[in-house]
Design a protein around this ligand. Structure first.
Ligand code: GNR
Ligand code: NI
Length: 177
């Protein structure tokens, strides 16, 4: 298994639309294992393949307290979304340090393949429903900040670009020392 690098907003690759997985084979199972490892390492509750620059419809999620119940969703599709919606505070591993409210359905049903390639249906509510919708957006090239006002989004963009420049400068200084 291996850790993969998570892309940071406003990286344009985060807006790539993922294509469906053709076959759940050894390559996909390696991808899934790496994604689970990367998600746990980053203390996230979910990760979409898009975030590690792999543009296939693969998502991993773990909303359990003990972080030992990984959920694998391959070619996920939302088959039902509740008309009832609620605003939740969201964050994203690709938008570090930024949290803001996003309106989502309170419950969804999802059909997806698991890591064995078996089709299954999941009924999600609460944090799992939020996370499923957040991850499926990533597969469509959508980051949660796109639900915010252009003013907020531009402030976030500027802040993260500055942070990335500062981080790179620091890394260079350390390399020279
Ligand atoms: O770790 C994460 N936490 C989170 C909190 C509220 C709403 C959505 C999320 S998903 C995020 C991990 C991530 O960026 N997945 O794409
Ligand atoms: Ni995210």
């Amino acid at each position: 298994m291996a850790l993969r690098t998570i892309l940071s907003y406003p990286d344009p690759r985060l807006h790539t639309v993922a294509r469906p997985v053709q076959e759940v084979d050894a390559r996909i199972r390696t991808l899934v294992a790496d994604m689970i490892e990367t998600m746990y390492d980053a203390n996230g509750i979910g990760l979409a393949a898009t975030q590690i620059d792999v543009h296939e419809r693969v998502v991993v999620i773990d909303v359990s307290e003990e972080r030992n119940e990984p959920l694998v969703l391959i070619n996920p599709e939302i088959t039902w979304a509740s008309p009832e919606k609620v605003v939740n505070e969201e964050g994203c591993l690709s938008v570090p340090g930024i949290y803001d409210g996003v309106e989502r359905s309170t419950a969804v049903k999802v059909r997806a393949l698991d890591a064995q390639g078996h089709s299954r249906t999941i009924e999600a509510e609460g944090l799992l429903a939020v996370c499923v919708q957040h991850e499926l957006d990533h597969l469509l090239g959508k980051v949660f900040v796109e639900y915010l006002s252009p003013l907020k989004r531009n402030r976030i963009k500027t802040k993260l670009l500055k942070q990335q420049r500062d981080d790179e400068r620091q890394a260079r200084r350390r390399a020279e020392a």
